[in-house]
Every structure is written in C-alpha cells, then in structure tokens.
Design a protein around this ligand. Structure first.
Ligand code: ADP
Length: 371
C-alpha cells in the first residue's frame, strides 16, 4: 500500500453518478491525492485489487448491479483488501442504512450533498488512523518475533545447562563420601543443596515450555490421592517447624487416574508455599480432599498466612510473578512454581484457583477429572 501523505495516498472513489464522481475526484486531486474513479462496483473491485488504494469512498445506492454494501462485503472478504478503510457516501438519511454501513465494515459515513471540507477532514482522519493501525500492527509483529527468539534462546540455554549441572551434582555427591574436614564437608553440602535447587529450577522451566507447547506426555496410572498427599506431607516435614499440617480426607474416595509424579510436584509446590508464607510457630495448614462431583476430585491447601491481594489472584499463576518484589525470609523464589501447577493441572483437563482474604490466609485448590 502507498504512503498516506496527501501527495502520495491513493483514494478510490466509487459512484454511479458521473457528476459526483467528477466533483470528488477534482476535490481530492486538488488536495494532492492520487484518485482512481470507478462508476460501478465491479470496476471498483478490479481497481482495488490492482492498485491497493489507501482508502475507498463508496456510494451506497448504485445501479444496476451491486450496491455499496455488497461491494464492501466483497472487499472485506478479500484478505488483501479487507483492511482498506471504507467511507460510505449516500443521500440516504435513514438510521438503518447508517447502521448497516458500519455493520458491513465501513469506518465512516458522508452524506450527500457533500460539504467538501467535511469529506476532506474525514478522509484525512481515516488515512491517519489507518496509518497508525498499520504501525501498531508492525510493532506488535516485531515484538512477537522478538519474544519468540528470546524464548527459544532461554530454552536453549536452560536445556544446555542441565547436563553440566548433573555432572556437578554427581561429582559433589561422590565428594561427600571422601574423608573431608568439617569445613570442607559443610562447603560440599552447601554446594550440593544449591546445585539441587538450580537443577529443580531448570527442570521446572523445561517442563513449563514442554507443557506450553503441548509436548508433555502424561504418564497416567491409578493413584490413591489420600496416600499421595500423606507422602507429600512426609516429604516436606523437614521444613514444617512448629506449624500444624492436617489432612482432611473425604469419607470415601475412589482412586483416580493421573500422572502421579506431576500431581506430587503440584502438591509439593502448594504445601511448601503454605509453609513459606505462614508463621513458624502459629502456622496452620489444612489440606482437604473432596469428591467435587461424581467425576471430579478437588484438593485444597488452606493456610493462615498473609493472603494475596485481589489484583494478584490471577497473576500469581503467570510466569515469574511474585506478589512483593522483596520476600524477606521466604527463601529463593522464581515465581515459576504456580505456573507449573496451573499448566500441569490443565494438562490433566483440570482447573486451578485461589481464594484469599488478605491478613487471614489463602486457599489454593485444584480440581481433576477422575477419568
Ligand atoms: P516460587 O516458585 O518462586 O515459590 P510461586 O509461583 O509458587 O513462586 O508463587 C508466586 C508468588 O505467589 C509467590 O512469590 C508469593 O508472592 C505468592 N504466593 C504463593 N503462595 C502463597 C501463599 N500460600 N501465601 C501467600 N503468597 C503466596
């Protein structure tokens, strides 16, 4: 498409009344536009396809074949022409026609007899709007492209970090069995724990990209949810301190089919968060399992921590989201845990959510189909 400066923009004028066609053509040419004139719909469609005008001024009432609405519909159905702004022209004063002009995709409406200054003002406005829309689309496409490149790069780096980290972990594990001074043993133990944290982070990032791309194959098996929760509580026990952690099992629970490893990691994330955000002494955490319906199981993790403000309740599931920038004393945080949970629950065809009362606590719940 051409530039939109008056010297260069091309305007196609379509009107079956020769006098109107001439008048508009002369007026627009005097403003510096390049003008193409068509006396009927068919010629107009050919002219538009050939020269891709920047704007079309289109008469509604044309005889004998296509009227302006039909021409507009055909232009909108053509992927190459659909974004050209169309200004309808008509003597009709009926509101229904004006409404239809917009509903078929027109951007504005000029009434006959025309006020040349008004036509010019509307043409200029819509050329400018269309130029801005194209600029915006270009920037958006560029940003999407950059985002894709960044994601690919991050994925590549994270993927390539895994092997050397595994080698480091293996070597540190071997060192543990050597005869070491107390100080050296402490250093090895700290290095082991940090390496383990980074490996878990890398694995979570890789799993998140796999799930986002729909490439995570789930390993379904029959799982006893009550046992799985008990096992997870035992796993996190070293972090518990004096907090109370209680499981409220349902009266009866049939087993369900899911990827036990993924569900264990979801539970671990939610329970560790509940531990992190509750008081060492007064923290109370309750995990309940319910039959949400005949074919759904709902697990909730309730804590009496600080809660999450309403504006963060959707966002906490986004990648890298943290409610407060500085989470003193809460340990290392990437803001990926809940993203992992959401994607893993959704990969099972389930839902995850959060209810929270600031100052009182949070309830993170997830629902899984029984399958
Ligand atoms: P990370 O993986 O770094 O622990 P998450 O994705 O699990 O991060 O959590 C994102 C953010 O949500 C946390 O940094 C915290 O601000 C908030 N959050 C998560 N769980 C709780 C909770 N139980 N109570 C209060 N805030 C929480």
């Amino acid at each position: 498409m051409n530039n939109n400066t008056p010297e260069k923009a091309t305007i196609l004028v379509v009107d079956d009344t020769p006098a109107n066609l001439k008048l508009l053509q002369a007026m627009l040419q005097s403003k510096g536009y390049r003008v193409l004139a068509s006396p009927d719909g068919k010629t107009a469609l050919n002219a538009a396809a050939k020269s891709l005008p920047d704007l079309i001024l289109l008469d509604i009432n044309m005889l004998p074949e296509m009227n302006g609405f039909e021409v507009c519909e055909r232009l909108k159905a053509n992927v190459l022409l659909k974004d050209i702004p169309i200004l309808f022209i008509s003597a009709l004063t009926e509101t229904t026609d004006k409404v239809r002009a917009f509903s078929v995709g027109g951007v504005d409406y000029v009434s006959k007899p025309f006020q040349l200054e008004e036509v010019n003002a509307r043409v200029e406005t819509h050329l400018e709007l269309s130029r801005q829309k194209r600029e915006l689309q270009k920037s958006y496409n560029k940003l999407r492209e950059l985002e894709k490149q960044r994601d690919a790069l991050v994925h590549m780096i994270v993927h390539d970090m895994r092997s050397p980290l595994m080698v480091t972990l293996g070597n540190l594990e071997m060192l543990q069995y050597e005869t070491l001074s107390n100080d050296a043993a402490l250093c090895v133990s700290a290095a082991l724990s940090s390496t383990d944290t980074v490996i878990k982070m890398v694995s979570t990032m890789l799993d998140i990209s796999k799930m986002e791309a729909g490439r995570m194959a789930l390993d379904y098996s029959t799982v006893d949810m009550i046992n799985l929760v008990r096992e997870t509580i035992r796993m996190v026990a070293p972090l518990q301190a004096s907090r109370s952690i209680t499981l409220t099992p349902p009266g009866e629970m049939e087993s369900l089919s899911c990827d036990a490893n993924l569900i264990r990691r979801i539970l671990q994330n939610l329970i560790v968060n509940a531990i992190k955000f509750t008081d060492k002494e007064k923290g109370v955490i309750t995990i309940s399992i319910e039959n949400a319906s005949a074919n759904k199981v709902c697990v909730s993790v309730v804590d009496n921590g600080p809660g999450i403000p309403p504006e963060y309740r959707e966002k906490v599931f986004d990648k890298f989201c943290q409610v407060s920038a500085r989470q003193q004393g809460k340990g290392y945080s990437t803001g990926l845990g809940l993203t992992f949970c959401k994607l893993a629950v959704e990969a099972h065809g389930g839902r995850i959510g959060l209810e929270s009362d600031v100052g009182k606590g949070s309830t993170f719940w997830f629902e899984l189909p029984r399958r």
